[in-house]
Design a protein around this ligand. Structure first.
Ligand SMILES: [Zn+2]
Length: 410
């Protein structure tokens, strides 16, 4: 029998990894079974770890947006009361609303609002390959992560663009409120009580922005999570890539590195699988943070791309060393791998490791983000050669780390 020249694509095409498998549905269990069976058929010892996931962060986000809308309404109200109260109250509301929302978001990310949703138990699938030989005292640990769950939204096109629109819309409201309040106060203390035209125009613009932001918030209230996305790209692709890599490293053990493969569950509900893993293995992760790397594969589809800088207002480089190595590997192997920046690209399983100061990288097919979380995320979207490229690139990356070729950008 001849070996297929697209083994990773075959894994994806023939398995549950290109079928709907939202958390809490039958597909979730089928995925765990498939991953364990695949690994066992390749004589790889794998195990599962239970993690608690919940719908709270998704519900909490909706609540946070409602809070944002309420702040918007309050600002419009305070702008219309008599001076100087309008100016003083509006200026006070700016830091209060900004800090209030930031704090709410931070607590939400740390899963502090469990009461807002339902909890359930999910399973991470894990396997490891200790190094065959290590010249160093402690081998370098490489965590390879990919989330195995899929999800769809009934408003798939809505989410990212509108959320960014809402965020910047709200910032604009705060900024214009500040300008309007200052002008209003200056006029008041100069004893000029005539309504300034500039203030009136500004307040109308603030009102229009608030109405638009509230419309986005109301539509978001109707966004529901459903199980209609085959999730072949997001993230059947990454899960299949990790399976191929595990198979390879079982047959060709890596030198000087301890590989830990984690198929993370419930990523789509708030990175629960990776957060749970980091929590369970916190001591090891913290102790080895300077000598470990996390490679996250959150979708390869029509392209092979990786995150360079992420951040809403200020974009920060995701790492200092790994991307240099990715670029070098891609060049050597003549593989096309595109670097990109993203306002929200930091939000995948690598983030849980980054929080513990582990050097991380993330492969993500940015061009395909417009079709994910919908029925359109099918196997037809995934280019077989891109999956094989990703496997070759990561093999090379692991070998380079093992050989101590890691270099910093600066
Ligand atoms: Zn994903």
């Amino acid at each position: 029998m001849t070996q297929s020249n697209q083994p990773t694509f075959d894994i994806l095409k023939k398995s549950i990894l290109s079928q709907p498998r939202m958390m809490g549905t039958i597909g979730e269990e089928e995925t765990t079974t498939f991953l364990l069976d695949f690994l066992s058929q390749n004589s790889i010892e794998a195990y599962t770890e239970n993690i608690e996931w919940s719908t709270a962060s998704v519900n909490g986000r909706k609540l946070m947006f409602i809070l944002l809308g309420l702040f918007g309404i309050l600002i419009n109200f305070t702008l219309r009361i008599i001076p100087p109260t309008n100016g003083i109250l509006s200026i006070l509301l700016i830091p209060i609303s900004f800090l209030g929302l930031m704090l709410f978001g931070k607590e939400l990310k740390a899963d502090k609002f469990k009461c807002l949703g339902k909890s359930a138990i999910g399973k991470n699938v894990i396997c490891e390959f200790p190094p065959i030989r290590h010249e160093e005292v402690k081998p370098t640990i490489i965590y390879l992560t990919a989330h195995s769950d899929s999800v769809a939204s009934n408003l798939p096109k809505f989410y990212i663009k509108f959320m960014i629109g809402m965020f910047f819309g709200f910032l604009l409201i705060l900024l214009l409120t500040l300008v309007s309040s200052i002008i209003s106060l200056v006029y008041f203390f100069r004893d000029n009580i005539s309504t300034n035209l500039a203030i009136r125009i500004l307040n109308v613009i603030i009102l229009i922005c608030t109405i638009l932001v509230i419309l986005i918030i109301i539509s978001n209230m109707f966004a529901k999570r459903i199980n209609t996305s085959p999730g072949a790209c997001d993230n059947g692709s990454g899960s299949a890539i990790l399976l191929s890599l595990a198979k390879f490293f079982k047959e060709h053990p890596a030198k000087n590195v301890h590989l830990k493969f984690i198929w993370c569950t419930a990523e789509e509900w708030g990175l629960f699988g990776s957060k749970g893993y980091v929590k369970t293995h916190k001591q090891e992760i913290v102790e080895n943070k300077d000598n470990s790397y996390a490679i996250n594969v959150d979708m390869v589809g029509s392209e092979l791309a990786y995150l360079d800088k992420a951040g809403l207002l200020k974009k920060k480089p995701i790492n200092t060393k790994l991307n240099v190595l990715i670029e070098k590997s891609a060049e050597e192997l003549k593989i096309e791998a595109r670097k990109f920046n993203s306002p929200i690209g930091g939000n995948s399983d690598h983030a849980s490791f980054k929080k513990e100061k582990v050097e991380v990288c993330c492969f993500l097919a940015k061009n395909d983000t417009k079709i994910i979380h919908s029925k359109k995320d099918t196997i037809d979207l995934v280019k077989p050669e891109k999956l094989e490229d990703a496997v070759e690139l990561i093999k090379n990356l692991v070998q380079k780390i093992g050989n101590g070729e890691i270099i910093s950008k600066d």
